[in-house]
Each structure stands twice: as structure tokens, then as C-alpha cells.
Unconditional design. Structure first.
Length: 114
């Protein structure tokens, strides 16, 4: 058996440059894969959020159609007033002909229109 040792091995500048460029290319490729995976995950998250919003809207629509649904509207109106999202009406007029959903009428705004 013959053992050999290589000492003081020098590569050409072109070879060293080629090795470095290969390493850089591999790192860029890995980065591109990572960016693509990240974009795919974000797109899936957007889809899941949209599905969640659609399901919430569907459930709200069912609730509004069901008995007592008008209470949901009243609760939403009260929450909006409380959170400052809308002005508290000065007059509350109930629906006509047996309607259960109240119609809100703000006298201050109506007077300002005239």
C-alpha cells in the first residue's frame, strides 16, 4: 500500500473563481426556493382568511334570517355607537306593518339637509 500526501496545492485563479461562482449560484438557488415557499404559504394564509370571512358572513346572514335576527342588527348598531363608528340617533322609528327591524332616523341630519 502506498500513502501519499499533497502539500502546498495551488489552484488556478480561474478554477478558484469557478468554485466560488458555483457556491454563489447554489446559495441563490436555495434562496429562490425559500422565497417561493414563503410566497406560497402567504398565499395559502390569504385564502384561509378569505374562507374564514366568507363563513362568518354566511353565518351572519343565516342568523339575520332566523327568528330573533333583528336583535343581531340592534346589537351591531349599539356596538357601532359605543365604539364611535356612528352617531346616536335622536329618534327611533319602528318598522311599519309588523316589521320588527327598527328604522333609525337622525333628526339633526335631516334638519341640516333642509
Amino acid at each position: 500500500m502506498l500513502d501519499t500526501s499533497v502539500i502546498d496545492l495551488n489552484f488556478s485563479i480561474d478554477f478558484a473563481r469557478a468554485v466560488e461562482e458555483k457556491q454563489i449560484a447554489e446559495q441563490k438557488a436555495q434562496r429562490a426556493v425559500y422565497v417561493a415557499q414563503e410566497a406560497e404559504q402567504e398565499a395559502q394564509a390569504d385564502i384561509n382568511r378569505a374562507k374564514g370571512r366568507a363563513e362568518a358572513q354566511r353565518l351572519l346572514a343565516e342568523t339575520l334570517k332566523a327568528s330573533g335576527g333583528e336583535l343581531v342588527l340592534q346589537k351591531e348598531a349599539i356596538a357601532a355607537w359605543r365604539d364611535g363608528g356612528s352617531q346616536m340617533p335622536k329618534v327611533l322609528v319602528m318598522g311599519k306593518e309588523g316589521g320588527n327591524v327598527p328604522f333609525l332616523f337622525n333628526i339633526g341630519e335631516e334638519m341640516a339637509k333642509k
